[in-house]
Design a protein around this ligand. Sequence first.
Ligand SMILES: *Cc1c(COP(=O)(O)O)cnc(C)c1O
Length: 431
Amino acid sequence: MTREFQVQGVPVSELARRYGTPLFVYDGTALRDRFHGLRDRLHPAMEIFYSLKANPNISICALLHSFGARAEVSSLVELTTALRAGVPPQQVIFLGPGKSRQELAACLDSGIHAVVCESIPEVALVDELARERGVKAPVALRVNPRFAVKRSGLAMGGRPRQFGIDEEELFATTDLVKRFPDVDLMGVHVYMGTRILHEAVIVENTTRILDLAERLSAALNLELRMVDVGGGLGVSYFDGESDLDAQVLTDGLHPVIEDFTARHPGTRLIMELGRYLTAEAGTYVMGVRYTKTSMGERFAVADGGTHHHMAAVGIGSFVKRNFPMAVLNRLDEPATEEWNVTGPLCTPGDTIGKKVPLPPVRPGDLIGVHRSGAYGPTASPGLFLSHGYPAEVLVHEGRCHLVRERDSPEDLLQRQRLYDPTAHDAADVPH
Ligand SMILES: *Cc1c(COP(=O)(O)O)cnc(C)c1O
């Protein structure tokens, strides 16, 4: 019998039969091991917040929360998701450069731990909303530091950015606390960048961020009840990359955190992680519809594609690099051929894998993209060609749970209106 990919004993062919393809499958045990692999080694003073952006599924959020994760959100729906998943408001922070008045109001009304403000006009708006409500708004300032991260997949600080307030500007605005009386300036946030795969870089960033937070707090006379050191912990996807070693990382962080907490015992320390927590636990499963050759190259045309998994096209690089992929229903067959794995979209860009070493592929095979639990459908052009969202299944403790239904044609069409040539909206200019 051929060996098949299984999630906690459930064969992938059974998942495909039951839920159809394309499909995202999440392994709850992998998620738990990933979380605990870090949590159990990390200094206890450092709290882990889950960045919902990486995978906003409410069940993923709830499961991570059941292991001990808190939540970092960046939109009204993410906030609602975290609260409905059972995360207490005091374990939620909200950040993002363009928060609406409605989102900021929801932050204050739900009583979250902190609103991370990314500009001074935003602090002013929070101040106004707090005054209207007769409350003091807990605000942490996101700083765009002078220093930049080295060797990150995507740097977020140290250059002109829409994120955060420049370090120089903050040090020059010493009347901030006085200027916004209804804001409780209580913390500092810095996020240096993402996809960092070097332990020493994360340790160095953390050291510099904690030092910056101390200096800012002294200069601006703001309380330091929270410092969010960002994170940016990466996951290896491509040949030549290797995963972070959680032990090496936490050993490196320990003295830095120990030193800081000795001086600031009351400060909540936060690390916000998305990809690191969820990527490994997810597999994108596509069914092969057709196989063909074109000018000497083999193509497996699948029912899934970049509309669910844009990241697989290649993140932050100009050359196409492939995510780890396999023919899931025939794992033990040697990869003797090279295949281009493409999807149903009418664009050459819909190429999930280029010249991927695979066994001979046949229609009906299930091709899996591993490490796909982060930045999948929500970070992809899901409406392109109106395919919509795939199904998502969580397997936990040997049980399967459909945690996101596949979009149906009606789901996709219901918000469109067929115009009526004999009528018009009231606001139309008459002709
Ligand atoms: C995107 C983002 C995260 C999560 O990033 P990962 O690479 O998935 O860990 C955390 N914080 C901020 C500010 C972000 O923009």
